[in-house]
Design a protein around this ligand. Sequence first.
Ligand SMILES: [Zn+2]
Length: 389
Amino acid sequence: MSLHAKRTDRRLADGRELFYYDDAASSPTQTRQSPDTRDLPPMPAGARMRRDPLTGEWVPLASHRMNRTHLPARADCPLCPTRSESPPSEVPASDYHVVVFENRFPSLNARQAESPGQVDGEAIWPERASDGRCEVVCFTSDHDSSFAALAPTRARTVIEAWADRSRELAAHPAVRSVFCFENRGEEIGVTLGHPHGQIYAYPYVPPRSAQHLVRAGEHYASTGRDLLGDVLDAEQRAARRVVLRGEHWTAYVPAAARWPVEVHVVPHRHVLDLAETDDAERDELAHLYPELLRTLDRFFEDDDGTPIELPYISGWFAAPTESAVPGRREEPRSLMRLHLQVFSVMRAPGKLKYLAGSESAQGAWVSDTTPEAIAQRLQALHPLAVGSA
Ligand SMILES: [Zn+2]
């Protein structure tokens, strides 16, 4: 699908790539050509990752991240445009619509070819370059805005940027999985207040996706059908956890939700990743997703009835890349279907769910509520959506 936005490619002072995505109907101005005038140290090279012999999971070592920017004063926000009254930011333009650039403090970043090795010369501890990539996606130049507040035109441009970056990063031979996500709220550990998300291009299939892939494969082997497609059908039949329903997407609280607030958004068509979504799907998503976020921002209220902005994590689960699962397009129904998971650690105003022994040590979840209670609250906030099939 052709890009429904205008992309301008630039380089930052330390060689990192930067891409402006401007709304389709607009004309990017000269400011997109502004050079990065900063004197930046070179990017750290040779990031490594080690495999945990007990779980088989890879653990990138990103020790340089200890020095990254933490909640800077507003005038020093590195994600705001560069304006004459402030020091230069990460974005040389004096304004932008949506911009994506390589993270200056990446968890995944090899930047030079290095051979695999072993920790302390022991074969049980494989170690290799964490040859992936971390990108930052600024949703708007407005420091005080949020994804929920984006107009559909701008939300569509963010979706275009996600889809375009997903396609390009997935084509990299080392990349096995691309994950577009947003952390919102200091409660989640966000270090920058500016509305932004991230994209991780992993050189391995991350654990949750690997689990999902195994389950999808088992389901396909026993039924010949697509796992998430069957889940979507069942949620639509049951209907009582559905919170928003469009022509191309349905949002529901999953029947076995783990978090105090959790919603999944699933496309009706079997698409593997964001790059495969079509015009109609992206258009509807540009309305439906901000609408969902606005509803979530009213989920909790303080004592005088003022809505509390929900801290959340929102992430796109896409099928692993072709280099991870050769021939994935020949038998796509046996694999993951694209979907979004949005959830919060907030369980009541001012109270967070802490991941304690069972969750943190064992990954074994105990829910503090019921999925039906979460859905009822969301349906009450958005009554038009209830049973609107
Ligand atoms: Zn900012």
